[in-house]
Structure formats: structure tokens, C-alpha cells
Design a protein around this ligand. Structure first.
Ligand code: NAI
Ligand code: MG
Length: 356
């Protein structure tokens, strides 16, 4: 059986709480005939920042570079500005390890109620492909004459042909592998953003020409937000820039029942660097420390990691455990109408993994 060497960064808020449950899932796999894992924990995040002035050490990427993958919780602290925490820990890993492909599935499971009326299990079944290293999140810009009436701020968006084509092509390839609705929707705002987003639309058309069997659609982001709410069943694979796909994946997660169910993979497609797996949600200040965060987003992220390793059977076992846990509705956290703790739901998922 293969052994995988995992870097574990629980981070902040509910991050460490849900990551502990992701580890239980992996241990359950190992103890029932699956692959084995070596865990190395890194105590990085906001407490580390308070002690050292940095969210992660200067040589943090070097320390992580030899691992097979990174399992990440969340970053964010009520007392530290969000741009410092996010740019201090998560974004450097995504960019430094060239994790240009972010994959975020959203699925309405049997047993889970959507806040949208009349949606039944499987009606929402989409995968969002998020450009993950550039776009609106590139740290390019500046601020001058701060605090004066002449204060001037520039925040630039960066779109490269390599990065744009790479994410769009990955979306089409996934659409074909997935073989469901065979449709890719690209989301931009090219009516207003006449350089980067017009460029994106052009690259989308170019790449689409290579996949004549796939239906395509190009939406403006405001329209896409509407359609995610009024007819989410219309979407199969969605591809968008760093910012737009970030916003759209939160909408997709809540209409599918909970932020606590949405996983995310940050993939380095060249496999030169480790990829990073995490829940879509953040530090969740309103529930942190209460032990009530839903751990299944992290458990599903673990399944995505196993899939990335080529461990299809183990991944399927974890996915099936998540689906059964939700359908049986015996052990559920508060976001899904239950009163179980994070640890109880993690135990249940691990038990179902072992039962396989
Ligand atoms: P959030 O995703 O942390 O929380 C949004 C809402 O979803 C809250 O009501 C929260 O209670 C709920 N929620 C989140 N995870 C849940 C779970 N596992 N189970 C049940 N409910 C859950 O987003 P918010 O409030 O905008 O951000 C809080 C902090 O997290 C900020 O500092 C932000 O910068 C950071 N953040 C970090 C991310 C990351 O590390 N990948 C992603 C998003 C936000
Ligand atoms: Mg987000």
C-alpha cells in the first residue's frame, strides 16, 4: 500500500477543528486496508503571526515543497486585517506552488435541504473552475499620498495567456471526464472590464473550438449570480477568474445546503509542487471555538486529495461516507438542522469510511 507524506496546516478559527476530522477520515482509511499517511503539522496562522510577525516562516514554501500534498483549514483572525492574513499564508502557497487550477464542486445531496424552494437531490450538480494564481488577486498595485485629499490607489488585475488558457482548458477536460451535461459556462464582466475580461472571452472562444462536443455559454457575472439562485440546475462546469469564481463558489455552496459541505482543491497541474486541499469556507468567526463547525467540507476535500493521488477507490469510499452520513441524517451539525458536534460528525464519517 502506498504511503503519503502530508503537510497539515489547521490555521485559524474553525480550521484546526475541521482538519482534526479530516485526519480521522484518513486514519480510518489506513486502519481498514487503505493507503497510509504520515502527518507533519505546521503551527502557522494568526497565533504564529502574533508571536513572530509572520503568518508562516520565510522559508515556509521550502519546508512544504517535499510533501505529497497540503491539507489546509482556514486563515483569518477577528483582530488582524483579512488582507494581512490571506496574503501572509494562503495566497503565497497558491502562487508559489503554481496551483493555478482551483476545483470547487457543489452538489445537493440526498438528505440535505436547499434554501431554494423545490430543489431536490442532484438538481444542483456543478463544478466551478477558479483561476487561482492571478486575476484580481495578484498583488499588483500601489497607494500614494495616503491619508491626503490626493490619495490615489491602484489595484491591477493580471491575466496571462498561460494562466487563462490553462484554467479554461482544465474546465473543458473535466467536463468531458465528468460526462454529465457536457456544458461549460464562462463568467466574466467584459462589458465593463474591456481589457482583461475581453481577453478572457477571446481565450474561452479559442479553447472551446477544440471541444466541439461541449455546449458553451458566456455570462456576465451579475447575470450568473442570478442564475445560480433561480436555476442552478442549468450549470455543469463553470469557469471564471479568481474573484468571480470565489464569490460564485460561496453562492453555489449555500444553495447546496451549507458552507460546511463545499470542498476545494488547489492543483499544481505540472505536479512539480504539492497541491493544496481545503474546505471552501473560512475561519467562521461566528462559530469558532464552539465545536459545531460541519467537518464534511474538509472530509470531501480529503476525497479530492485521494483522487489527485490516483487513489480512486479510497476517494470513492470517502465520498460514499459523506453521502451516507447526509442521507441517514443521524449525526448532523447545526448548519444541517442537527445538534451533533464537529467531532461527533467526524467520528460518524470515519465510522462510515471504515464500514466502507
Ligand atoms: P466564512 O466562510 O468563514 O463564514 C461564512 C459563513 O459560513 C459563516 O456564517 C460561518 O459560520 C459559516 N460556515 C463556515 N464554515 C462552516 C462550517 N464548516 N460549518 C458550518 N458553517 C460554516 O467566511 P467569512 O465570514 O467571510 O470570513 C471569516 C474569515 O475567514 C475572514 O478572516 C476571511 O478572510 C477568512 N476566510 C478565509 C478563507 C480561507 O482560508 N480559505 C476563505 C474565506 C474566508
Ligand atoms: Mg471564498
Amino acid at each position: 500500500m502506498a504511503e503519503y507524506n502530508l503537510a497539515i496546516i489547521g490555521g485559524d478559527g474553525v480550521g484546526p477543528e475541521v482538519i482534526a476530522e479530516g485526519r480521522k477520515t484518513l486514519e480510518a482509511l489506513s486502519s481498514s486496508g487503505g493507503p497510509t499517511f504520515r502527518f507533519t503539522e505546521f503551527p502557522w496562522g494568526s497565533d504564529y503571526y502574533r508571536e513572530t510577525g509572520r503568518l508562516m516562516p520565510e522559508d515556509g514554501l521550502e519546508l512544504l515543497s517535499g510533501f505529497d500534498a497540503i491539507l489546509f483549514g482556514a486563515v483569518g483572525d477577528p483582530n488582524i486585517p483579512d488582507h494581512i492574513t490571506l496574503h501572509g499564508l494562503l495566497l503565497p502557497m497558491r502562487r508559489g506552488f503554481d496551483q493555478g487550477i482551483c476545483v470547487r464542486p457543489a452538489y445537493l445531496y440526498p438528505g440535505v435541504e436547499s434554501p431554494l424552494a423545490g430543489k431536490k437531490a442532484g438538481d444542483i450538480d456543478m463544478v466551478i473552475f477558479r483561476e487561482n494564481t492571478e486575476g484580481e488577486y495578484a498583488p499588483v498595485g500601489g497607494r500614494l499620498n495616503t491619508g491626503t485629499p490626493h490619495e490615489t490607489v491602484i489595484q491591477s488585475n493580471v491575466f496571462t495567456r498561460r494562466g487563462t488558457e490553462r484554467i479554461i482548458r482544465a474546465a473543458f477536460e473535466h467536463c468531458i471526464r465528468r460526462n454529465k451535461r457536457m456544458k461549460v459556462t464562462s463568467v466574466t464582466k467584459s462589458n465593463a472590464q474591456s481589457f482583461g475580461m475581453v481577453f478572457w472571452d477571446e481565450v474561452f472562444e479559442d479553447v472551446a473550438a477544440d471541444y466541439p462536443q461541449v455546449e458553451t455559454e458566456s455570462l456576465l457575472v451579475d447575470r450568473a449570480c442570478m442564475d445560480f439562485v433561480r436555476w442552478p440546475e442549468d450549470f455543469d462546469v463553470v469557469v471564471a477568474s479568481n474573484l468571480f469564481a470565489d464569490i460564485l463558489s460561496d453562492i453555489a455552496a449555500v444553495v447546496s445546503g451549507s458552507m460546511g459541505l463545499a470542498p476545494s482543491a488547489n492543483i499544481n497541474p505540472d505536479k512539480v509542487h504539492p497541491s493544496l486541499f481545503e474546505p471552501v469556507h473560512g475561519a467562521a468567526f461566528d462559530i469558532m471555538g464552539k465545536g459545531i463547525a460541519n467537518p464534511l467540507a474538509t472530509v470531501s476535500a480529503v476525497a479530492m486529495m485521494l483522487d489527485h493521488f490516483g487513489e480512486a477507490e479510497a476517494a470513492a469510499r470517502v465520498d460514499a461516507a459523506v453521502a451516507r452520513c447526509l442521507e441517514e441524517r443521524r449525526v448532523l451539525t447545526a448548519d444541517l438542522g442537527g445538534n451533533a458536534s464537529t467531532a461527533q460528525m467526524g467520528d460518524e464519517a470515519a465510522r462510515l469510511v471504515r464500514e466502507g
